[in-house]
Design a binder for this molecule. Structure first.
Ligand code: FES
Length: 223
């Protein structure tokens, strides 16, 4: 096990999904937890406890219930699920309006890769990647080498005039839109994963299974 203070390696060439070194990814997830936490803090993203699971239940991968009633427009919250950061972003109408026009600059605009569980809603889902378009639920782990991307909602800025807002990975620059779909030119090969989830009631999302307890053990191709 390498020491966590070892610097994150420099940019790597684009990697085919099958060729990703899983042991290396595991190390980087561990080594970049601190970096990710700093990134999250600097983006003023609140990290909240879930509503009900015990520590033991979370460690075992039990579903986690998230109260979304207090999330403000454009706000992103993070909850731990299976020791991974599960994000809920309450998207504004402006953020949503950008998504249908993103196809030409996306690697997988229609979510053909298995980065979301089977049985999730289809149709408009290809753009929103969510059950209700306002609330995006993702696992916040870059599909390149496992860093935690920053939420960068402002267009332009240091990411250039073509940046429309979304998520930017501080490790090697992968970019994702407001649906977690990866942009062409990013080293990350796949979209950010959507976990299995459903609405327990209008203000509570249960992450970790589809309705009826289905797909509890589902995992994406990369996370
Ligand atoms: S880990 Fe390399 S771009 Fe995110």
């Amino acid at each position: 096990m390498k020491h966590p203070s070892e610097p994150v390696p420099a940019a790597a060439p684009e990697t085919a999904p099958d060729a990703v070194d899983q042991s290396r990814r595991r190390f980087l997830i561990s080594a970049t937890t601190v970096l990710g936490a700093v990134g999250v803090a600097s983006a003023a993203v609140p990290f909240i406890g879930s509503m009900n699971p015990s520590r033991k239940a979370v460690a075992a991968g039990s579903p986690v219930d998230i109260d979304i009633s207090k999330i403000k427009p454009a706000e992103l919250i993070t909850v731990l699920w299976r020791h991974k950061p599960a994000w809920v972003l309450r998207r504004t109408s402006e953020q949503l309006s950008i998504l249908p026009g993103m196809d030409p600059v996306l690697k997988d605009p229609h979510n053909r890769q298995p980065q979301q569980p089977p049985g999730m809603p289809t149709g408009v889902y290809q753009y929103w990647r969510s059950i209700q378009k306002e609330y995006l639920v993702l696992i916040g782990i870059c599909t390149h080498l496992g860093c935690i991307p920053d939420y960068v909602p402002q267009p332009g800025g240091s990411l250039g005039p073509s940046w429309k807002g979304g998520f930017h990975c501080p490790c090697h620059g992968s970019m994702y839109d407001f649906a977690g779909r990866v942009l062409v030119g990013s080293p990350a090969p796949l979209n950010l994963p959507v976990p299995p989830y459903y609405y327990l009631k209008p203000t509570v999302i249960r992450v970790g299974a589809l309705k009826g307890g289905k797909e509890e053990n589902w995992t994406p191709a990369i996370w």
